[in-house]
Design a protein around this ligand. Structure first.
Ligand SMILES: Nc1ncnc2c1ncn2[C@@H]1O[C@H](COP(=O)(O)OP(=O)(O)OP(=O)(O)O)[C@@H](O)[C@H]1O
Ligand SMILES: [Mg+2]
Length: 252
């Protein structure tokens, strides 16, 4: 097997002593792979994301591109941060209501380039990003409230890919959208992955969305991973009892 892009070992976190929110979470994500993470509300899915982004864990190792994320400093840490981007559930919260889409969209790119480019060049880059998520250039001068929920989420996806990351953490990216819009966003994410070879950690409480997106699936319950398997093994009889429970909801 080739070297994984991300390797997480024995990640644990508690907010109150003796009550871990996540415990000994271990997994890895290969290059270009989508790893799905499914589990009920409060099981600790977003805590994993917070640990990966902000190193909030009490213990555990995170290796990214064969580097210990904990030990990176200065420009190496900045590069790693540009390489790991996140899309959250609620695009309205993720976008500053007072900023035009152009400025929200370009935030990570501005930081990366330290604003060392002309206005025209910046606008062209923004239009190119919008094209990647199938939005028209007119969106640039709009404010978030003028867009639909699906359009706003497309903007946050465009923003996430602006630094050309290798890993995207997708934390329930479609959960706040209408069912009809959810499918179009999932299809967009799949297309982008195929085109650009991104790796995804795709988080959802919806097993059907996870099964659609992922190559491998992990199931989380009360802070622990209780099952982990290739998508093709989802219906195997030896699946964990809890996975079967989730499946029965999915089948009904
Ligand atoms: N800052 C905090 N202080 C105390 N407890 C917290 C804090 N953040 C999260 N928790 C608790 O940790 C647990 C896991 O939360 P987390 O957000 O990781 O769940 P989740 O699986 O992402 O849920 P959801 O599907 O609702 O997003 C929850 O019980 C939550 O109340
Ligand atoms: Mg969450």
């Amino acid at each position: 097997m080739t070297e994984p892009l991300l390797s997480v070992s024995n990640l644990s976190k508690s907010y109150h002593p003796g009550h871990p929110v996540i415990e000994n979470v271990t997994f890895s994500i290969g290059k270009g792979e989508c790893l799905g993470l499914v589990g009920e509300s409060g099981s600790g899915k977003s805590t994993i994301v917070r640990c990966l982004l902000q190193m909030q864990q009490d213990s555990g190792d995170v290796q990214f591109q064969s580097n210990d994320l904990h030990r990176l400093k200065g420009s190496a840490l900045r590069r790693a941060r540009q390489n790991i981007q996140v899309v959250f559930q609620d695009a309205s919260e993720a976008l500053n209501p007072k900023l035009k889409i152009l400025d929200s969209l370009m935030e990570p790119y501005d930081v990366m380039r330290r604003k060392l480019f002309h206005r025209k060049e910046r606008r062209e880059k923004a239009i190119e990003l919008l094209r990647m998520v199938k939005l028209p250039p007119s969106v640039l001068d709009a404010y978030p409230h003028q867009l639909s929920g699906g359009m706003r989420q497309r903007v946050t996806i465009a923003r996430a890919i602006s630094t050309n990351p290798s890993l995207l953490l997708l934390d329930e990216p479609t959960s706040s959208l209408d069912v009809s819009v959810q499918a179009s966003i999932l299809n967009l994410l799949k297309d982008l992955q195929e085109k650009h070879g991104y790796s995804y950690l795709f988080i959802s409480h919806d097993l059907s969305a996870v099964a659609f997106m992922s190559d491998r699936i992990m199931v989380m319950k009360n802070g622990s991973l209780v099952d982990s398997f290739k998508k093709t093994e989802l219906f195997r009889p030896n699946r964990n009892t809890y996975t079967k429970e989730l499946l029965s909801v999915y089948e009904s």
